[in-house]
Design a binder for this molecule. Structure first.
Ligand code: FMN
Length: 168
């Protein structure tokens, strides 16, 4: 399997911490870590495999690093790329918008030609609405450091076992 670009944005460090944990868990693979703000247009030509991490802010909005990057990101050609997504949010406080930003990133990457891998079952969560749910499943790994931080490591391990064989 070729290398993976692990790209994240993070306001209080939660998504960054998860990104580092994913990189450490995948120590047998080349996983290059980037804040999304560092990623120029040419960068995307260097990888076939991507993991994007995004938290949700406001009420269903993209985290700030992703928000200011959205214009550039929306115009990328991701044809032939494999993309896995993970999202962080707070399912109790923001029950009507849990992980909506992951749904936004999903819509952009699929529109731009990427193949999304790593959907995740909606089991063990309690919330009212999320645009990250499609056909009853999350479009990527659903995490909640505010209410379920003890479940995060186990969820990461299970999800990585699922996605790694699908990378090219
Ligand atoms: C002001 C504020 C607004 C938030 N809005 C949402 C939201 O709409 N949906 C959601 O799922 N989580 C929301 N969250 C929770 C964050 O996404 C969560 O704390 C996340 O772990 C932050 O990750 P980061 O530090 O990597 O940005 C919000 C948190 C704050 C403080």
């Amino acid at each position: 399997m070729s290398k993976i670009a692990l790209v994240y944005g993070s306001s209080t460090g939660n998504t960054e911490k998860v990104a580092v944990s994913i990189q450490n868990t995948l120590s047998d693979h080349q996983v290059d870590l980037y804040n999304v703000q560092e990623c120029g247009v040419d960068f995307y030509g260097e990888y076939n495999n991507f993991i994007f991490g995004v938290s949700t802010w406001g009420e269903g909005d993209l985290q700030d690093d992703w928000d200011s990057y959205e214009n550039k990101f929306s115009k990328l050609d991701l044809t032939g790329k494999r993309v896995a997504l993970f999202g962080l949010g707070d399912q109790e406080e923001y029950s009507d918008n849990y992980l909506d930003a992951m749904g936004t990133v999903y819509d952009i990457v699929t529109k731009n030609g990427a193949t999304v891998i790593g959907v995740w079952e909606n089991i063990g969560y309690e919330f009212d609405e999320s645009t990250a749910l499609r056909d009853g499943k999350f479009v990527g790994l659903a995490l909640d450091e505010d209410n379920q931080s003890k479940l995060t490591d186990g969820r990461i391990t299970m999800w990585l076992e699922q996605i790694i064989p699908s990378f090219q």
